[in-house]
Design a protein around this ligand. Structure first.
Ligand code: ATP
Ligand code: MG
Length: 568
């Protein structure tokens, strides 16, 4: 578990917990849980909840459980369970021996339901799902009582037992709590607590044909595990009275539920249902597509666990919903990789340069610094020869004002190598496209400095043609064009909001030879270009990189403009 960082800012949840500890509530115990439903992969919003739950547990010497809320067999799968376990671990958190499943409590939950029936607080209802909805009423109108509401305890017990035994068709009957059909809170209008559903469960198989509803299961699972602070997102605020009612009626341990705002991130969607749709309809390559806001997508993209935890610390925990700019997440990974990622040279769109006065078959080795932010990372050798590649974008035949890079007759520095001057431009006869440059080099500038003190205005990255390796580089942009893709509520079809340029694949990139052994998951800074991570699609013949993030810090710019635009 990552150390409980003392820099963790305070928040209203911690204030409540500290007060509880002071008052020796629950004997001063702090026990939280992260309770995902295994119906999809985890996303960055879940990371907020994970960091919060595991974070406060660690900070107050408490415990945090991982519990799967697996009450809906038709949408849940073992694949999701495995990915969630992997992701929480990867983020750096440890639940010890406390991995639980709500499905482990099915028998207990059944007994609690029986207890409610015996006390006249639950009844078997024969209304169909549509009828239940109809009877429920609206926000402005009270509901109507079910005609089955006043069945005797004996009849209810008998029917519920037979529901379990499989005597009735799916959907033909439910078990409902007997609350108040006129309640202002619709959740309290005799909510369904058990339904009949013949679906194999990923853990209990065909043992059950009735399944408890989420609201009934969740609060009781928390209680069974002795959770002291049940942290959840705001949409459960209206469910709290129902949870309180179940726990009070059953007279069992009563965790305290505290709600906080979900994380919304710009330029993406967050709900698992929508992410699943992106996957199923083929808009992305899978749950771990580097454009996805999933933990597995971010990992493949090159994000580190530290950067995500750091992001979660920075956004904080509050009661009000808000949207966080993606630029902040990018800032966090940039900050992390700036310290840790080795610098290398890679040319994404190569332009061939022949150095006319360089000896034909000579290859020399030049020293390059691995990380100027961390000199203990040392240096490496870079081969240099007569034919090199530079970035197409680093040459203009007709340079505009303020363009200081290479142009006919102009001298620039090749990083760690020599000054070169462009003497000739070779073009394709038919297309007029520049295909090759002829340059001369100044042998006296070896290493990148002129002994006579003359200056150049640009330093370019490069690779030697003969020694460099083939690479494919995948450049990513926002998956959605608008900051809030769901702004237009009437037009939620992805086709209209997805960014058609979210992925650009470059297949003829060249990288320095030292990267031959680069393993999937390794992260580098390509000098002047950004941070990149080796993708598992890499083969012996071709290394594939994902661009994690560019070098440009848009977060600083956003903050600056916010500061200057706010009235002083
Ligand atoms: P989604 O709507 O994305 O499917 P969910 O709430 O249905 O999310 P769960 O698996 O039920 O997903 O969530 C597990 C925990 O993570 C819950 O406690 C939930 O409150 C929390 N959580 C989910 N999304 C976010 C978010 N965007 N920000 C913070 N916490 C979240
Ligand atoms: Mg949910």
């Amino acid at each position: 578990m990552p150390p409980a960082e003392s820099t963790n800012p305070s928040n209203f949840i911690k204030t409540i917990i500290e007060e509880d500890i002071k008052n020796n509530k629950n004997d001063g115990r702090v026990h939280t849980r992260f309770p995902p439903e295994p119906n999809g992969y985890l996303h960055i919003g879940h990371a907020k909840s994970i960091c919060l739950n595991f974070g406060v547990a660690a900070e107050y010497n408490g415990l945090c459980n991982l519990r799967f809320d697996d009450t809906n067999p038709s949408k849940e799968e073992a694949e999701y369970v495995e990915s969630i376990i992997e992701d929480v671990k990867w983020l750096g958190f440890d639940w010890g021996d406390r991995l639980f499943y709500a499905s482990d409590y099915f028998e207990k939950l059944y007994q609690y339901a029986v207890q409610l029936i015996k006390e006249g607080k639950a009844y078997v209802c024969d209304l169909s799902a549509d009828e239940v909805r109809e009877y429920r009423g609206t926000l402005t109108e009270p509901g109507k009582e079910s005609p089955y509401r006043n069945r005797s305890v004996e009849e209810n017990l008998d029917l519920f037992e037979r529901m379990r035994a499989g005597e009735f068709k799916d959907g033909s009957r439910t078990l409902r709590a007997k609350l108040d059909m006129a309640s202002g809170n619709i959740n309290m209008r005799d909510p369904v607590i058990y339904r009949i559903q013949r679906a194999a469960h990923h853990r209990t198989g065909d043992k059950w044909c009735i399944y408890p509803m989420y609201d009934f299961t969740h609060c009781i699972s928390d209680s069974i595990e002795g959770i002291t602070h049940s942290l959840c997102t705001l949409e459960f605020e209206d469910h709290r009275p129902l949870y309180d009612w179940f726990l009070d009626q059953l007279n069992i341990f009563h965790p305290m539920q505290i709600e906080f705002a979900r994380l919304n991130l710009s330029h993406t969607v967050m709900s698992k249902r929508k992410l699943l749709k992106l996957v199923e309809d083929g808009y992305v390559r899978g749950w771990d597509d580097p454009r996805m806001p999933t933990i597995s997508g971010l990992r493949r993209r090159g994000y580190t666990p530290e950067s995500i935890r750091n992001f979660c610390d920075r956004i904080g925990v509050a009661k009000a919903d808000s949207m966080v700019d993606m630029a902040l997440l990018e800032y966090c990974i940039r900050e992390d990789l700036n310290k840790s990622a080795p610098r290398v040279m890679a040319v994404l769109r190569p332009l061939k340069v022949v150095i006319t006065n360089y000896p034909e078959d000579q290859v020399e080795e030049l020293d390059a610094i691995n990380n100027p932010e961390d000199l203990s990372a040392g240096t490496r050798k870079l081969p240099f020869s007569k034919v090199i590649y530079i970035e197409q974008d680093d040459f203009r035949e007709d340079p505009p004002k303020k363009y200081f890079r290479l142009a006919p007759g102009r001298e620039v520095r090749l990083r760690y190598a020599y000054f070169i001057t462009c003497v000739d431009v070779i073009k394709d006869d038919k297309t007029g496209e520049v295909t090759e440059l002829h340059c001369t080099y100044d042998p006296a500038t070896r290493g990148g400095d002129a002994p006579d003190g003359r200056k150049v205005k640009a330093t370019l990255h490069w690779v030697s043609a003969g020694q460099s390796l083939d690479a494919e580089v995948r450049l990513y942009n926002h998956l959605f064009i608008k900051a809030d893709p769901e702004e237009d509520k009437d037009n939620t079809d992805f086709k209209f909001s997805l960014n058609p340029d979210s992925l650009e694949t470059l297949t003829s990139c060249r990288i320095e030879p030292g990267l031959a052994e680069a393993e999937p998951g390794r992260r580098y800074q390509f000098e002047r270009l950004g941070y990149f991570c080796v993708d598992p699609d890499s083969t012996d013949k071709k290394i594939v990189f994902n661009r994690t993030v560019t070098l440009r810090d848009t977060w600083a710019k956003i903050q600056k403009s916010q500061n200057t635009s706010s009235p002083s």
